[in-house]
Design a protein around this ligand. Structure first.
Ligand code: HEC
Length: 254
C-alpha cells in the first residue's frame, strides 16, 4: 500500500513536470510557406547583403553604421533560418545553415577589420552552399534586442510603401519581402521568452509573437496581390500587435 502511495505521488509529480515543460515550450511552428511568400523573402537577402557591404565600405562608414550592421546581421540570421527551414524550395536552402553561422559571427564582431572580414564570410557562405539545413530549427539564433530594434525601421519602410495608393503597385513587391522579414522576426523571437522582462509570461509572449507573425503574413500576402486596401487593413492589425505586446513586455514604449 505504501508503495502504491509513493508511486502515485511519483506519477503526479512527473505529470506536473511534464505539463509545465509543455507549457514552457513555444507552440509548434507553422510551415514557413504558410506565413511567408518564400520568393519575396529570398529576394531580401540581396538587399541585406548590400546594406552590410555598405556598412563596411570604409572605417568612417562603419563608425556611422555600427548599429545598423548589428540590426541587419541579426535580421539576416532569422531570414536565413526561415529560408533553410522553408518547405518551399528557394535559392538559399543549401547555403542557409552557413549563412546563419556566418551572420552570427558578423553579429558578434566589435571592430572594423573583424566586421569587414565577417561580411566577406557571409558572402562566401552564400556561394559555398555547404548544406546542413536539416540541422536548423526555430531556436534562439539571434539577439532578441537587436531583432526588436530592427522592427521599427522595417515598419516605417512599409508605411512609406502604403502611403500613396497610386505608387503602391510599384512598391508592393519589395514591401512583400519586408513584411515577410517582420513575420520571420516575430517567429524567430518566440524562443526568447526567457530574455524578456517577464519570463514568467511565456504563454503571452508566444501568443503576441504569433499575432505579429500572422498580421505581417497577411500584410505580405496583400502586397504580393498588390491589394492596397487589404494591405492597409493588415497594417492596422500589425500596428495593434505592437501595442498589445508592448503593454506587457515593453511598457515604456507603447
Ligand atoms: C511579441 C512582442 C512584441 C511585438 C509584437 C512588438 N514588439 Fe516592439 N518591443 C518588444 C520588446 C520586448 C522590446 C524591448 C526589446 C529590448 O530592448 O530588448 C521592444 C522594443 C521596441 C522598440 C524600442 C526600440 C528601442 O530603441 O528601444 C520599438 C520602437 C518597437 N519595439 C517597435 C515595435 C513595432 C513598430 C512593432 C510592431 C510592428 C513591435 N515593436 C512589435 C516586444 C514586441
Amino acid at each position: 500500500m505504501k508503495l502504491m502511495t509513493s508511486l502515485c505521488v511519483l506519477f503526479v509529480a512527473l505529470a506536473l513536470v511534464l505539463s509545465s515543460a509543455a507549457l514552457a515550450d513555444p507552440p509548434k511552428p507553422p510551415a514557413v510557406s504558410t506565413f511567408v511568400p518564400v520568393d519575396s523573402l529570398a529576394d531580401q537577402v540581396e538587399d541585406y547583403i548590400k546594406d552590410l557591404e555598405e556598412a563596411v565600405e570604409s572605417k568612417d562608414e562603419y563608425k556611422d553604421s555600427k548599429e545598423k550592421l548589428s540590426k541587419n546581421s541579426n535580421t539576416l540570421i532569422v531570414i536565413a533560418l526561415a529560408l533553410g527551414l522553408s518547405d518551399k524550395e528557394n535559392g538559399y536552402k543549401a547555403s542557409a545553415a552557413g549563412i546563419v553561422q556566418a551572420a552570427q559571427k558578423l553579429a558578434a564582431t566589435k571592430d572594423y577589420d573583424a566586421a569587414k572580414s565577417a561580411v566577406d564570410g557571409v558572402k562566401a557562405a552564400i556561394k559555398a552552399k555547404a548544406g546542413g539545413a536539416d540541422n536548423l530549427k526555430w531556436e534562439k539564433v539571434a539577439s532578441l534586442h537587436e531583432l526588436m530594434e530592427a522592427v521599427p525601421t522595417i515598419n516605417t519602410k512599409l508605411k512609406g510603401a502604403l502611403k500613396k495608393e497610386k505608387r503602391f503597385p510599384k512598391k508592393a513587391e519589395k514591401a512583400a519581402g519586408q513584411a515577410a522579414v517582420l513575420a520571420v522576426i516575430a517567429q524567430g523571437s518566440m524562443p526568447h521568452s526567457g530574455d524578456t522582462k517577464k519570463p514568467e509570461e511565456a504563454a503571452k509572449w508566444y501568443k503576441f509573437c504569433a499575432e505579429m507573425r500572422d498580421a505581417a503574413a497577411e500584410l505580405s500576402a496583400a502586397c504580393v496581390k498588390k491589394d492596397h486596401a487589404a494591405a492597409e487593413a493588415a497594417m492596422e492589425k500589425l500596428g495593434e500587435t505592437c501595442h498589445t505586446c508592448h503593454e506587457v513586455f515593453h511598457p515604456e514604449e507603447k
